[in-house]
Design a protein around this ligand. Structure first.
Ligand SMILES: [Zn+2]
Length: 100
């Protein structure tokens, strides 16, 4: 899918260098106007943080990984900094509530 500027396409049809009979131009403008509007945010991939304990320099810390690309983060953010996925809350079997 490619998002395009529908308003600009209509301007090109009506006022640009496209020379079509008026009935064809009106049909195309109506066709453009009848297309659904897509929220670009709805196309963003969704993922969640997977948490697990690990040792860093002998200390136990809780690390997080993006479920989509595996990017490791030390804190939960709304979006993965690597793949751009919108992070949603999801309990997983690896999700733990406290240090063992
Ligand atoms: Zn990611």
């Amino acid at each position: 899918m490619r998002l395009i500027d529908a308003d600009r396409m209509k301007e090109e049809l009506l006022w640009g260098n496209v020379f079509l009979p008026a009935i064809q131009t009106n049909t195309l403008v109506d066709l453009i106007d009848n297309q659904p509007t897509i929220d670009p945010e709805s196309l963003r991939p969704r993922a969640h943080w997977v948490s697990d304990w690990m040792y860093v320099n002998g200390k136990q810390v809780c690390a997080k990984w993006c479920s989509s690309c595996g990017f490791q983060s030390w804190m939960k953010t709304d979006y993965c900094h690597h793949c751009g996925a919108k992070m949603e809350e999801m309990a997983t079997e690896k999700e733990i509530g406290g240090a063992p």
